[in-house]
Write a protein of this length. Structure first.
Length: 180
């Protein structure tokens, strides 16, 4: 009788542990397999268009997106007719705002903001897979990143720009994950 009660207790403890483990993993956002559509195996990343006065950020962003896709995705980067999908985008705005000043009107804390429109389209079916656009009739923006910097402690506009570019590239690849 004692052995039977121990066996029942062990089984109940095992089942409870398995249930707790299953429940803890199910709500964390993990997926089994690739995060994007398995039918998509290649993408062409077209150089982003730059509608700002700050030159060179379109090349930085395009390169950062390509590296992020290679690092986090199973999709191959290809050019031209070999591509199944195409990722295009344009940098609509890049601003530097002063958040705080010194007594001599020097910027103590500054912030950069980058706003980007992105379209990912399926070239085989001629349809848009996902798109992040700026709504011009409202004040909401779908894909924007900000980074703060303080010149007094050694930060520069170059480091803030690099942070914005990398964060935007991550957001774009996040947008490509599981749009289906």
């Amino acid at each position: 009788m004692l052995k039977l009660s121990r066996l029942i207790t062990r089984r109940a403890a095992f089942r409870t542990t398995c249930l707790a483990l299953t429940l803890s993993l199910s709500g964390c956002g993990y997926v089994v397999g690739p995060a994007n559509d398995p039918c998509i195996s290649s993408v062409e990343v077209v150089t982003f268009k730059n509608e700002t006065f700050r030159r060179g950020i379109e090349l930085m962003l395009t390169e950062a997106v390509q590296k992020e896709i290679q690092k986090r995705s199973t999709i191959r980067l290809v050019k031209g007719d070999e591509a199944q999908t195409r990722l295009t985008g344009r940098i609509i705005d890049f601003r530097k705002n002063v958040l705080g000043e010194t007594a001599f009107d020097d910027g103590r804390e500054l912030q950069t903001t980058m706003v980007v429109e992105v379209t990912w389209e399926d070239l085989r079916a001629g349809r848009i897979i996902t798109q992040q656009t700026v709504k011009l009739d409202a004040d909401t923006v779908a894909l924007a990143t900000q980074s703060d910097f303080a010149p007094e402690v050694g930060h520069s506009l170059a480091t803030a720009l690099n942070t914005s570019v990398l964060q935007t590239a991550r957001n774009i690849v996040d947008m490509m994950d599981a749009p289906w």
